[in-house]
Design a protein around this ligand. Structure first.
Ligand code: GLC
Ligand code: GLC
Length: 811
């Protein structure tokens, strides 16, 4: 069942009922100021850091589920309603929400009044526009009241949700004309404030929540809108809010538009005050002046659209499969941008206070993002590398505002260092910017201890080879990619975090997955060293890699598939010998080792992938492990804490499905790769939205596996490495166009289900138009470049500004 449809020409998803199976959200904002907005107007916004600089309040996991947002109430002759349906839930005779790239437009109609709310963050600004358009579609004149409403968060979202004894006394606002200023803590150490403005004369305003809503009411029946009269309250302590009250008259057919602006301003400390106790509002007023008319707003929206059209033109496909087109051209890269911006911090499943930017996560997010804005990828790489320790290990997370490593989580995730190499190599392949390797980058953000980025990569590489276990496989540490395989944790005590508790400190538990990563990513490091003229270092690296490959085949192979790990006691994890009730096969090393090429020549790769098909594949995607762990295992940690079928315990963890897709292309089985692709790609499962439940335009982290009660039900939409890896899988491996060190590789491996397609790829300033006839899915190609046949699958990079025409016959 569907709850809307794609509108590809506008690059929008159109939701046609407010009653979706879960709030379906979108993201606003580009670089510094961000918002989340649901199809019902729910959500919140923040400046850079969802934990430390939150502007508006949102109530996670509340009743009803989507509580708090930017709401507009309309009172027409005593009938009060909200065009976003929520929070008043009055019946609408028309509802539509259009989620577009960086903007959302919700329209509701009732009693012949059409109300449209457009939300977006203009490029380069630290503000959200809420443009409300009211149209009288009836035959009689209308007189109504319009009330805006937002609730301020007292900046630090964690403190805001916990420290009431203080916070109920600190709230402060100023009201001047049609602008409400939120200045809690501005009197002391904060040099920033927020404001909410409307470009019209107000009939009244409110800034005190209790007065506006009523102590015993909710967002669905607030006092002021229902009574139709603002109370002109000035908050002092408790909960500051901002509401404008507007009187509106509309002749039949008449339309009026109001521009609301929710902004964030920082003042230099010396210029904080206009006079004692009064904020210096200069910067706010300058910002307001930029968005005080509909023309200005429309121009800004136009610019945002152009911006996205430009970004998306770097990789575009035309094929006969409209679902494929919309995933590759619009929604997958869009989600990649959002995961790049947010990492795993703020979504409807991540509270914005739990996690900052992940070392592992952000490096992987780069992979799907680097072709959009390489300069920002560069900056991000430097930020991430600056949190690395001198021994090559890394802080697992850092806060975006301070860019400092997060001590609560610390380090010890032994896959982390390798992801940095992968991120850097993706960046260099995209741009040819080898100069980044010479950048001086601190360790642990200490300016007195720095080295070149190249040296950072060396330490990443060595961190693995210096930390091997009894079988010569890499030690897993606290966990590898699978945060829930905690082999040194041994926790018997509730509330101990699985990721950071290490009750045993032995150097025995080993990861076959990290070994696979090392074999996959190690050669990238060797290539980089070679480019820097370090032939010996490259040779050394390759010999370490070759050794590891041998070790994997010797100690990491179980007969029909790759082992997952050895536990603290040296016992196998993910083996046919594991007892009943334990998992016998886990997905990660199957995909990753084959991606690395391990066992391709000798047959293990094919066997492993056939085992995946047989034991892990389901109608909704590939599960992480099988059978699921039935009981809690103290020696395995969190993986065995989840009920069977959810999350890392046999859920369909979408992030690793593309590794299997890519692996299938490595052994020349493009048709199977595409079959896997379609199982989890959101556009292909739009028709089962009632089962899937999360947004049909973005990937979710997890879909409940075959052992779960709700098989097929997704959770954790938006912020997941699934976005980047699926983009890598489809664009670089199935459609087969990827930047390599010395040229653009063109090697489609998707099969005859997509018999013909054209890809336009911009890379290093040149444009490649690639026309593909896809006859089979074996990954063998014949290429003609500008009419001339070439050997192999590598098209040399062309001069910036030029266009290269490529004909490709893929068999
Ligand atoms: C979450 C984490 C990611 C981890 C994955 C598997 O998505 O963000 O870092 O790799 O879970 O545990
Ligand atoms: C939990 C989740 C995992 C996530 C981790 C982050 O363990 O299962 O997916 O990566 O938390 O801390």
């Amino acid at each position: 069942m569907r709850f809307g449809h794609f509108d590809d020409s506008h690059k929008e998803y159109v939701i046609t009922t407010p009653k979706t199976p879960y709030p379906w959200i979108n993201y606003l904002g580009n670089e510094n100021f961000f918002g989340l907005v649901s199809h019902q107007g729910g959500g919140y916004c923040f400046y850079r850091d969802a934990r430390l600089r939150r502007l508006t309040r949102y109530r996670y996991n509340n009743v009803p589920t989507d509580s708090g947002g930017r709401y507009f109430y309309i009172n027409e002759g005593g009938d009060t309603w909200t065009p976003t349906f929520m929070p008043m839930k009055k019946e609408l005779d028309f509802f539509e929400c259009r989620h577009g790239l960086g903007y959302t437009k919700v329209t509701g109609r009732r009693n012949g009044l059409r109300a449209e709310v457009l939300y977006f963050v203009p490029l380069g600004e630290t503000a959200e526009v809420h443009q409300v358009t009211l149209k009288n579609e009836g035959t009689a004149a209308k007189k109504l009241k319009l009330f805006s409403f937002i609730e301020f968060c007292l900046w630090n979202a964690h403190d805001d949700a916990t420290n009431f004894q203080r916070n109920f006394s600190t709230g402060e606002v100023e009201v001047e004309g049609s602008t409400i200023y939120h200045k809690t803590e501005y009197r002391e150490r904060r040099d920033h404030f927020a404001f909410y403005h409307v470009n019209a004369t107000v009939a009244g305003f409110d800034t005190d929540r209790e007065s506006f809503i009523g102590l015993y009411n909710g967002f669905g029946d607030p006092d002021v809108p229902c009574a139709g009269e603002s109370k002109n309250t000035v908050a002092s302590g408790w909960s500051p809010v901002a509401s404008h009250g507007l009187d509106v008259t509309l002749a039949p057919g008449e339309e009026k538009t109001f521009v609301f602006l929710l902004g964030y301003v920082e003042n230099p400390r010396a210029e904080k005050w206009e006079k004692p106790g009064v904020i210096n509002k200069q910067r706010a007023k300058a910002l307001i002046a930029k968005f005080s008319s509909t023309e200005q707003v429309n121009a800004a929206l136009g610019k945002l659209r152009e911006h996205w059209n430009g970004l998306l033109s770097n990789y575009a496909i035309e094929s006969g499969d409209e679902k494929l087109n919309r995933m590759v051209n619009i929604w997958n890269p869009y989600q990649c941008m959002v995961t790049f911006n947010m990492s795993r911090s703020a979504s409807y499943f991540e509270s914005g206070i739990g996690r900052g930017m992940g070392f592992r996560d952000s490096n992987q997010d780069l992979l799907g993002f680097v072709h959009l804005v390489p300069e920002r990828a560069r900056e991000r790489i430097i930020d991430i590398a600056s949190t690395q320790f001198a021994d090559g290990s890394a802080y697992h997370q850092y806060q975006p505002l301070t860019k400092r490593g997060n001590n609560d989580v610390g380090s010890g995730f032994n896959d982390d260092p390798l992801w940095l190499i992968l991120g850097v190599s993706a960046y260099i392949k995209e741009t040819g910017d080898y100069g980044i390797l010479d950048e001086q980058v601190p360790f642990d953000n200490d300016p007195n201890n720095q080295a070149s980025l190249l040296e950072h990569l060396k330490r990443s590489f060595d961190h693995v080879s210096h930390n091997l276990g009894p079988h010569g496989l890499p030690l897993i540490g606290r966990a590898d990619w699978n945060d829930c395989l905690n082999l040194n944790c041994f926790s018997e005590t509730p509330d101990e975090p699985f990721q950071t508790t290490g009750n045993r400190t032995g150097r025995t538990a080993e990861s076959v997955f990290i070994a696979g990563m090392f074999v996959h990513i190690g050669p990238e490091y060797a290539k980089i060293a070679e480019y820097k003229g370090q032939a010996d270092e490259a040779k050394r690296a390759l010999s370490e890699v070759a050794k590891m490959e041998k070790t994997v085949l010797e100690h990491g192979w179980d007969g029909e598939w790759f082992l997952r790990a050895y536990d603290f006691f040296g016992k196998k994890i993910g083996s046919k010998d594991c007892p009943e009730g334990d998992s016998q096969i886990l997905i990660e090393p199957q995909g990753y080792c084959v991606m690395a090429g391990i066992g391709v020549a000798t047959g293990e790769a094919k066997k492993a992938l056939d085992s995946v098909k047989e034991r892990l594949d389901t109608r909704y995607g590939i599960v992480l492990n099988n059978p699921p762990y039935r009981d809690y295992h103290v020696e395995l940690g969190e993986i065995s804490s989840y009920p069977p079928g959810y999350k890392e315990n046999a859920g369909i963890f979408c992030h690793n499905n593309p590794w299997v897709m890519i692996a299938e292309t490595v052994i020349g089985r493009g048709e199977r790769a595409f079959e896997y692709y379609k199982k989890i790609a959101p556009a292909y499962i739009e028709d089962i939205s009632e089962i899937h439940r999360t947004e049909p335009y973005v990937y979710s982290q997890m879909i409940a596996g075959k052992d779960a009660v709700h098989h097929g039900e997704a959770k954790n939409s938006w912020l997941t490495g699934t976005a980047a890896w699926n983009f890598v899988a489809i664009s670089q491996h199935l459609l087969g166009v990827r930047p390599e060190w010395d040229g653009l590789c063109v090697k489609p491996c998707i099969g005859s289900e997509v018999p013909e397609f054209t890809i336009t790829r911009k890379c290093r300033g040149a444009t490649y138009r690639i026309h593909v006839k896809s006859l089979g899915g074996t990954g063998k190609v014949k290429l003609k470049v500008d009419g001339k046949a070439i050997e192999g699958d590598l098209v040399p990079y062309a001069k910036a500004g030029s266009t290269v025409n490529i004909e490709c016959e893929a068999s």
